[in-house]
Design a protein around this ligand. Structure first.
Ligand code: C2E
Ligand code: CA
Ligand code: CA
Ligand code: CA
Length: 278
């Protein structure tokens, strides 16, 4: 530990040492994870809040580290962004998800695939060409691809971001604002950005069944979204009570454990096939 001028001490605790060591191991593991085939993509269904029909699926990455086991994306995505390795990893997720969606379409399930895109990926100069190329080589129609970006992304380097997003929008790709409501409180970009969907963060949904104020807040959000012509998705819907409130309030689409947890490609395919037959 190092003495400070003011007489206090900053301790470097064993816990801090452990956390740092883990981060370093993860950062070096990420470099070889693609080549070692340690990533998979799972798909969480989203359904129409009125009809219950599956409208889309969110692609979510999973990392099974050879020695450390399953690492949650909330832990490794920030490290992948810092080291910029998110660029090839994100491209791999996008290609995998688009190829998977093509399989659904070939079987007659016209479902949208939603892919999380990091700001590092969007800012990369060839990103638009890469996305277009992946769609062209796969044969998926662009209107069935939705890119989920966070408010944080939307606020960094706005001019350049608007240009890129407009390009993507012009070929039919949909843009969703992820974790809506949790970012910095600027609504102005909603007007400037070619946004199709807003995904209302789970923290706004969690307590709606028993908190009047939370219901009021949700209602206001939905009214605003509707008047601006955005499609609305509620994240983290876990109970039938939450579902019926959302449906009554006119939320368009719901996502969460109530409908299904994220599924492997094969499980998702069975999910949509069996629902069709019901
Ligand atoms: P997100 O984009 O907000 O994704 C939704 C997360 O909520 C997922 O966690 C999902 O499994 C979880 N979830 C879904 N329904 C429920 C529910 O009813 N209750 C609760 N408690 N959770 C629910 P996951 O898969 O662990 O992903 C965490 C985050 O990691 C994502 O949050 C996203 O920010 C990031 N992430 C995941 N995959 C990718 C990726 O391919 N690229 C990038 N850039 N980020 C990704
Ligand atoms: Ca997301
Ligand atoms: Ca989200
Ligand atoms: Ca989130």
């Amino acid at each position: 530990s190092k003495a400070r001028g003011n007489g206090n001490y900053t301790f470097f605790t064993p816990e801090m040492g452990k956390a740092l060591l883990r981060q370093t191991r993860l950062a070096s593991g990420l470099k070889s994870a693609l080549a070692r085939n340690e990533f998979t993509v799972v798909y969480q269904p989203l359904c129409d809040a009125k009809t219950g029909e599956v409208t889309s699926a969110e692609a979510l990455i999973r990392w099974n580290h050879s020695k450390m086991g399953l690492i949650p994306p909330n832990e490794f995505i920030p490290i992948a962004e810092e080291t910029r390795i998110i660029i090839p990893i994100g491209e791999w997720v996008l290609r995998s998800a688009v190829q998977e969606a093509k399989r659904w379409h070939d079987a007659g399930h016209m479902i949208i695939v939603a892919v999380n895109i990091s700001c590092i990926q969007l800012e990369e100069c060839h990103c638009y060409q890469k996305i277009q190329q992946i769609l062209a080589e796969t044969g998926l129609e662009p209107q069935f691809l939705e890119l989920e970006i966070t408010e944080r992304v939307a606020l960094s380097n706005p001019e350049e971001m608007i240009r890129i997003l407009n390009n993507l929008r012009s070929i039919g790709i949909k843009i969703a604002i992820d974790d809506f409501g949790t970012g910095y409180s600027s609504l102005s970009y909603l007007k400037k950005y070619p946004v199709h969907t807003i995904k209302i963060d789970r923290s706004f949904i969690q307590d709606i069944a028993f908190e009047v104020r939370d219901r009021a807040m949700l209602k206001a959000l939905l009214i605003m979204a509707k008047s601006l012509n955005f499609s609305t998705v509620a994240e983290g819907v876990e109970t039938p009570e939450q579902f019926s409130i959302l449906s009554d309030m006119g939320c368009n689409v719901v996502q969460g454990f109530l409908l299904s947890t994220p599924l492997s490609g094969e499980e998702f395919f069975n999910f949509i096939t069996n629902r069709r037959m019901e």
